[in-house]
Design a binder for this molecule. Structure first.
Ligand code: 088
Length: 232
């Protein structure tokens, strides 16, 4: 049947894309990544700064998702805490799969590889980055996939499951139409995008172990990361 995006859905895409593009990590943080020297310690500190800045960016983006602020206040917190790692894996995948002229992505990749996390996490992480890169997602698809990840109803402590599910379904419907219209030769493209969400959950489990191993080696996190990740 003829797939067509309604006026409301077009407005929704525009609102989400504007929010997604408006919030970027400040230049001073990203500039440091290019300047400071390399050591596991220095890399960990820089990545901690990037992660902290990324969480702030994520909170601002989430507040601009149409309908999010109408959810129960405690559910808003539960969704942010439950999805932060997955949203950051998506964001880092989108940044790392863009080959920047400044050699910025190579530097970032190098610092992640040498930040004291064990090989067993590096391999699945970079496989994920590769699989995201191969999708060549448009900006709208990236922003909507991040939104859908945030609006996952079955996060711990979410009370109004149906309200979150309704919001997520609205976004899934828009993404499905976009995929059909923007990737006409790939009927399975939408399914492939959703498959990435499953991979994100696996990375989320790995991440909990990553944090534990960093902590046992006495690595410090910022108060914001401790709060959102329930560490310390
Ligand atoms: C605490 C720290 C060591 C950490 O723990 N787990 C992860 C962690 C890791 Cl190591 C990988 C994926 C997710 C997380 Cl939470 C990290 C490092 O976190 C990040 C977060 C975001 C990242 C990166 C790398 C790239 N990005 C995206 C990015 C970078 C620069 C600019 C922008 C922008 O939007 O303008 C976005 C690392």
């Amino acid at each position: 049947e003829k797939v067509e995006i309604t006026k409301e859905q077009r407005a929704l895409i525009k609102a989400i894309l504007d929010a997604y593009n408006r919030h970027q990590i400040p230049q001073d943080v990203t500039k440091k990544l290019l300047q400071e020297q390399y050591s596991a310690e220095e890399n960990f500190l820089l990545l901690t700064e990037v992660a902290t800045s990324q969480v702030q960016v994520l909170v601002e983006f989430t507040k601009n998702i149409p309908g999010f602020l109408s959810l129960d206040r405690e559910d808003q917190i539960a969704l942010l805490k439950g999805s932060a790692v997955e949203a950051m894996f998506l964001r880092s995948a989108q940044v790392l799969s863009k080959k920047m002229p400044s050699g910025y992505t190579e530097v970032l990749e190098e610092r992640i590889r040498k930040s004291g996390m064990s090989e067993e996490f590096i391999t699945p992480m970079f496989n994920f980055y590769k699989s995201i890169g191969e999708l060549h997602m448009t900006q709208e698809e990236q922003a909507l996939l991040t939104t859908i990840t945030i609006l996952t109803p079955d996060r711990p402590y979410v009370k109004s499951h149906e309200a979150v599910e309704r919001l997520q379904e609205t976004m899934l419907d828009v993404l499905r139409k976009l995929c059909v219209l923007q990737h006409p030769q790939e009927p399975q493209y939408f399914a492939r995008l959703l498959g990435r969400l499953t991979e994100l959950r696996t990375l989320h489990h790995y991440h909990v172990e990553m944090l534990t191993s960093w902590k046992t080696n006495d690595h410090k996190f910022t108060p914001l990361l401790c709060e959102i990740w329930d560490v310390q």
